[in-house]
Ligand binder design. Structure first.
Ligand SMILES: Nc1ncnc2c1ncn2[C@@H]1O[C@H](COP(=O)(O)OP(=O)(O)OP(=O)(O)O)[C@@H](O)[C@H]1O
Length: 271
């Protein structure tokens, strides 16, 4: 692995991206510190998932750079991009498992697909990864025989099968009950630290996310509205950040879609 002086594993550098004419991110710059958990937050449609797809090289920025371990993903050729992607684990909200094969075979899948490791070594790795998510004992079950929270953990074991340097989670807590949610959050933190990886989480769940994140980046209106530790953001006096962190329904981001005043709408009787 190349070593770079940068303390950031991922760096967005003056990045501008739009879907067609519609600009989603405008001149955005921030770094994802190595070995830490970084949360990407902000209002719906703010471009968080888009950032993950730019880091993974699924889409390319019109301007600026996205550097992964010092290399610009934006200009990578196919081979380099695939090599970079193998160092990234991605876990999407409903990280679908293959339903007709066992939990074990689901986790073994990337190892069999991308390496030439002998089967006994595949077995050791799969059991180790399943153990890390607490599901070694569930290896012979089919996805239909386990709960939604457990499926999420199997998908996580699969995402770490190839020992990535970076793992990206898109809405890892969506649809989980409070207990599973707490378990998932602590698991993300524990895996980050025990495997020495770097994690990026896209989440709307402020309480759980602030509990496990080292660094938070808030995106709004196509730009970085604020970034810092959870404590720094909680103490922010910026009205938008205050509204966001304290989950207030009204503030700079209005609850109401622009409309005439109520008086104007209801009091239109002729005098
Ligand atoms: N493939 C696409 N083509 C065109 N527009 C898209 C595409 N994907 C996303 N968008 C638009 O880009 C904007 C940003 O989307 P993105 O999914 O990155 O937001 P987000 O912050 O992750 O939102 P959420 O929190 O609701 O998941 C949205 O307005 C969305 O409608």
């Amino acid at each position: 692995m190349t070593t770079h002086a940068s303390p950031f594993l991922v760096e967005l550098d003056h990045l501008t991206f739009g879907y067609g004419e519609r600009v989603i991110l405008r001149d955005v710059s921030f770094g994802v510190p190595r070995g830490k958990v970084t949360a990407l937050m902000g209002v719906s449609g703010g471009g968080k998932t888009t950032v993950l797809r730019l880091i993974g090289g699924q889409i390319r920025a019109q301007q600026g750079q996205v550097r992964f371990d010092g290399e610009d993903v934006t200009t990578m050729q196919q081979t380099a991009l695939y090599a970079a992607r193998r160092r990234m684990g991605m876990l999407f909200q409903f990280g679908a498992l293959f339903t007709d094969i066992s939990v074990f075979d689901n986790v073994a899948f990337p190892l069999r697909e991308h390496t030439d490791l002998p089967e006994d070594m595949v077995r050791d790795i799969v059991l180790m990864k399943l153990d890390a998510v607490g599901l070694r004992g569930a290896r012979d079950l089919k996805p239909s025989e386990i709960s939604g929270g457990m499926s999420r953990r199997v998908a996580l074991a699969r995402a770490i099968a190839l020992d990535p340097d970076l793992i990206m989670y898109d809405e890892p807590f969506a649809g989980l009950d409070p207990i599973s949610l707490g378990t998932a959050a602590r698991l993300i933190r524990r895996l980050n630290d025990s495997l020495g990886i770097t994690s990026v989480i896209v989440s709307h769940d402020i309480t759980e996310t602030f509990e496990i994140a080292d660094h938070v980046v808030v995106l709004a209106n196509g730009a970085v509205a604020a970034q810092g530790s959870p404590a720094e953001l909680r103490a922010s006096t910026d009205p938008l950040i205050h509204q966001f962190v304290h989950a207030l329904s009204d503030g700079p981001v209005p609850f109401h879609y622009p409309a005439p005043t109520v008086a104007q709408d209801y009091d239109r009787r002729p005098a």
